[in-house]
Design a protein around this ligand. Structure first.
Ligand SMILES: [Zn+2]
Length: 496
């Protein structure tokens, strides 16, 4: 169909702009000199503006809406592309341009304000921005769809098909079945031999181990690379160019090991996507939740398993003979799975992590329901931390101000982090029915696991929705019981 050809042509052009912006983004986050930022921002602003014009042009709208009217005549793949494109368009073009510009300005300023507020423990100085950000988001989703609950639209924006109904069920299950277990573990009084965790591990040596991990996880270096950044992340333009970063803290080696494995998980997903999607809007991982399920699968299910360290602890000992000389494999394994009530989400262990997400989900839900004002947020936050983890933040920086998300307008994003872990448990229980994961990990044969994931999940890119993918792989809709089962099995053995 001619209109489909036109659509592909317009998408290809947008993709070229996105490619250039993404490349520049990698440079900004890794190597670009600080002094270059002003000029970069100006130049990239021009390119972004051009891209925005392409993405909202009359021509593109006519093609997308024209094809949307003729969905029945399209094949399944094109159908999905057009539905996705229409959704994206609807969200932008229904917002009055002045408000869109105002909002972007607000977000630009809020990032700096948030940094300062966190640094100075000054919630008062930031809450005005926060109020505005929430206000705009509520307004924008109403332009897009008046009939749906605003928070449902935000949630769906990060995880297609997910709404409060599913998330309520998910978090209520955690509350009922997991919170008491977490408390039991936290109160078990088990003492670990864990002083080695904060020992001194020189950066150069840590790098050597990170390079080793790349080999272990079979990352394709011909189509990707690893660098360093303050906040580890994965970056990609298409399956043959996938890059990621880690960071090295000399008094906390676990940070670099598990950041590297986590990002390798994201990167492996991207590398294993079939290149046939590269020129379509269905390239890249299908959702935040599924992406996070892959990174957490590698980080936790594999990287924090006893089998993994049976295979690779000798290598680590070889690199750090002094620091680890009195640390047995068992001590080490317990160390990497240490559970502790803590304030900062990004530093939380695997077991207490979902509690941090629950706090955020419940608060966002109340905000979007107009049940709480920005003045009440800090106390609400602290109360929930006491309720789920039994600890109370002493200031705003380790409480309500700790995350960047809200200042960037990312509302509805947090729940995908916990969802990702839960997805990964559900995938895991299917996987172990088909391949012997423990033996493969212990035998340093992760390649077979990568292949399983490629065949079942990765190769499809975004051509399947998260719900379809989960059902196709596991034969079931999303079911949080696997997540609870996985956590209870693992941590009862370690702590109870
Ligand atoms: Zn991640």
């Amino acid at each position: 169909m001619e209109l489909v050809n036109k659509f592909n042509e317009l998408v290809a052009k947008q993709k070229a702009y996105i490619y250039v912006l993404t490349l520049a983004g990698w440079d900004s986050a890794t190597e670009a000199p600080r002094g270059a930022f002003q000029r970069r921002a100006e130049m990239l602003g021009v390119i972004s503006g051009e891209l925005f014009n392409l993405q909202t042009s009359k021509e593109y709208q006519d093609v997308v809406y024209g094809l949307f009217k003729r969905l029945d005549e399209l094949d399944d793949i094109t159908k999905r592309e057009i539905k996705k494109a229409k959704k994206g368009l609807d969200k932008i073009i229904k917002i009055p341009k002045e408000e869109f510009v105002e909002y972007n300005k607000l977000i630009g300023l809020s990032q700096r304000k948030w940094e300062d507020a966190k640094h100075n423990n000054d919630y008062e100085g930031f809450k005005g921005n926060l109020e505005q950000i929430f206000m705009y988001n509520k307004k924008f989703v109403a332009y897009y769809n008046k009939d749906e609950h605003p928070y449902n639209i935000m949630l769906d924006g990060f995880e297609e098909g997910m709404s409060m109904k599913e998330y309520d069920e998910f978090f209520n299950t955690l509350k009922k079945d997991l919170v008491p277990f977490v408390k039991e573990v936290l109160n078990s009084g088990k003492k670990l031999n864990d002083a080695f965790i904060t020992d001194f591990y020189p950066k150069e040596k840590q790098k050597e181990f990170a390079e080793y991990l790349i080999e272990v996880l079979n990352f394709d270096k011909n189509s990707g690379l690893m660098k360093e950044s303050v906040h580890p992340f994965t970056w990609n333009t298409h399956s043959t160019d996938v890059r990621f970063t880690t960071r090295y803290l000399e008094n906390f080696m676990f940070s670099s090991i598990f950041a590297a494995i986590h990002e390798l998980g994201h990167a492996t997903y991207e590398q294993q996507i079939d290149s046939k999607w590269d020129d379509t809007t269905l390239s890249g991982g299908t959702s935040m939740g599924i992406h996070e399920s892959q990174s957490r699968f590698y980080e936790n299910n594999i990287g924090r398993s006893i089998e993994f360290w049976e295979a690779h602890y000798p290598k680590l000992l070889e690199i750090f003979p002094e620091q680890l000389k009195d640390v047995s494999l068992d001590d080490f394994y317990r160390g990497v799975n240490k559970v502790e009530a803590s304030f900062i989400r990004v530093e939380a262990d695997e077991l207490t992590y979902p509690m941090h997400i629950m706090v955020r989900y419940e608060i966002e839900r109340m905000i979007m329901n107009n049940e709480v004002t920005v003045d009440e947020l800090p106390k609400l936050w602290n109360d929930k931390m006491v309720e789920y983890l039994g600890i109370e933040p002493k200031d705003f920086a380790e409480g309500v101000l700790q995350d960047v998300h809200w200042s960037a307008g990312l509302i509805g994003y947090f729940p995908t982090y916990a969802l990702g872990s839960a997805y990964s448990a559900q995938f895991y229980y299917t996987m172990i029915k088909e391949i012997d994961v423990e033996a493969l990990v212990k035998g340093n044969n992760i390649k077979v696991i990568n292949e399983w994931l490629k065949e079942k999940i990765h190769n499809f890119g975004s051509s399947r929705t998260p719900k379809e993918l989960l059902f196709d792989v596991t034969g079931e809709d999303f079911n949080p019981k696997y997540y609870i089962k996985y956590l209870k099995e693992k941590y009862s053995k370690l702590y109870l």
